[in-house]
Design a protein around this ligand. Structure first.
Ligand code: FAD
Length: 385
């Protein structure tokens, strides 16, 4: 039998694409089985996520939805969404560091020099190189325009000095898309530039941070006299704020699709052991999940039609974090032992990690308060005072 491939990548045949991918998952169940095995150790999870990207790219599925100029096959974000959803349905626990594909890669496609994007993105798609995102600093989180990491032009390079913090997945990343100051502190957001830094460069030090859930997904990243070729500026010098806002809209919006796929996988087996008195809480979570899904689909359809995502993605992030916390509250109450007691199996450890992570989801990608301020100002048109 001929191997099912991505085939027609028109929007009209999205349902056919999903059918073909499901057929491929069934045909390649033996190859996929080790990559769908649940592990709680992050080194192993990242290793398997890399291997999953490689397998998907070898068979075309990992290149579907990306422009041909960067190693893709064409199609749109909706094709990527199908691949994500079907993998979760097959038992996948997620892309780990490659969740940045939906955050960093669209930003590089949109703003990077075409030659640079064409040089670096194929290795991101196939899992051989991973990216992190370095915006936050010890004194610049919600007030991102206060950041101090400096990049000074010196010949053909920029020389970068400073420190980033809470840089997700950077322990396993090869690149960091960093927001740096090329202007004066007084210029605030107008003095910022986005630049891609190779984390193997001399002067880079990544110090993982041990989190309360036992993982070291986050890290500090120090830059001391790091030379970065000027061709690795992403977008225009001094216009990094616009690039950052584009990236954050993707982080807040498209990540909600990926996370909702994971939430459904957590919820489904637990419904079998839920008591009847949890019905109301369960109903609330199911409705909220449907809301996250509908809002994410609407956002991705607009992106697929060529719209630039903007502040409205704050709404997706708010829906997602509320649902995530309510889901894990429900799991704690109905299956509390697995969350509260010492865990034995990788599934139990992972559930504990995810439960604890759900306590902090109102912070990343901009805090809940900042999302509410964005909704008030940019969607509802309310103003301070
Ligand atoms: C799991 C996780 C992953 C992360 N990953 C990354 C990453 O990959 N890259 C990266 O760059 N950063 C990352 N971050 C950092 C994150 O973006 C920041 O933590 C966040 O922007 C808040 O900044 P802060 O921690 O400095 O808190 P602060 O900005 O100091 O905020 C402290 C509190 O004050 C509130 N507050 C601040 N200003 C206002 C205001 N004007 N009005 C009302 N309330 C306000 C905040 O809402 C918050 O409750 C991550 C964080 C977490 C938790």
């Amino acid at each position: 039998m001929q191997e099912p491939g991505p085939g027609d990548l028109s929007q009209e045949d999205l349902a056919g694409f999903a059918d073909r991918f499901r057929d491929w998952i069934a045909a390649f169940s033996a190859e996929l089985a080790p990559l769908l095995t649940v592990h709680s150790d992050y080194d192993t999870r990242v290793r398997d996520a890399r291997a999953m990207r490689r397998l998907l790219c070898e068979h075309g599925w990992g290149r579907a939805g990306w422009p041909e100029a960067v190693g893709g096959l064409g199609g749109s974000i909706l094709h990527r969404a199908v691949v994500t959803e079907e993998l979760f349905r097959a038992g996948w626990t997620g892309p780990t560091v490659f969740e940045h594909l939906e955050i960093v890669a669209p930003t590089l496609v949109r703003f990077a020099e075409p030659d640079f994007a064409a040089a670096v993105l194929p290795s991101f798609l196939d899992g051989s190189r991973a990216w992190s995102q370095g915006f936050s600093e010890p004194e610049a989180g919600s007030d991102l325009a206060a950041l101090r990491t400096r990049a000074v032009r010196d010949g053909e390079d920029y020389v970068v000095d400073g420190a980033k913090i809470w840089t997700s997945w950077s322990k396993w990343a090869d690149w960091c898309l960093a927001l740096v100051r090329t202007g004066t502190p007084e210029e605030r957001h107008r003095g910022l530039t986005m630049i891609a830094i190779d984390l193997s460069s001399p002067g880079v030090e990544v110090r993982p941070i041990r989190q309360a859930n036992g993982t070291d997904e986050l890290a500090e990243v120090y830059f001391t006299d790091v030379r970065v070729p000027a061709g690795q500026v992403i977008g225009e010098v001094g216009r990094g704020w616009a690039v950052a806002m584009f990236l954050l809209a993707h982080e807040r919006g498209t990540l909600s699709w990926l996370r909702h796929c994971a939430f459904r996988q957590w919820l489904t087996p637990s419904t079998k052991i839920m008591r009847e008195d949890a019905d109301r809480q369960l109903g609330d979570v199911v409705l909220q999940l449907a809301g996250v899904r509908a809002a994410a689909v609407e956002l991705m359809q607009r992106a697929a039609a060529g719209a630039q995502l903007g502040p409205e993605a704050a709404f997706n992030k708010l829906l997602m974090t509320r649902t995530e916390q309510n889901l894990f509250n429900l799991l704690r109450e109905t299956d509390g032992a697995r969350i509260a007691l010492p865990a034995d199996t990788p599934e139990e450890v992972l559930q504990q990690q995810e439960y604890l992570f759900s306590r902090i989801v109102t912070v990343y990608g901009g805090t809940q308060q900042m999302q509410l301020i964005t909704v008030a100002r940019h969607i509802l048109g309310l103003h301070d005072g």
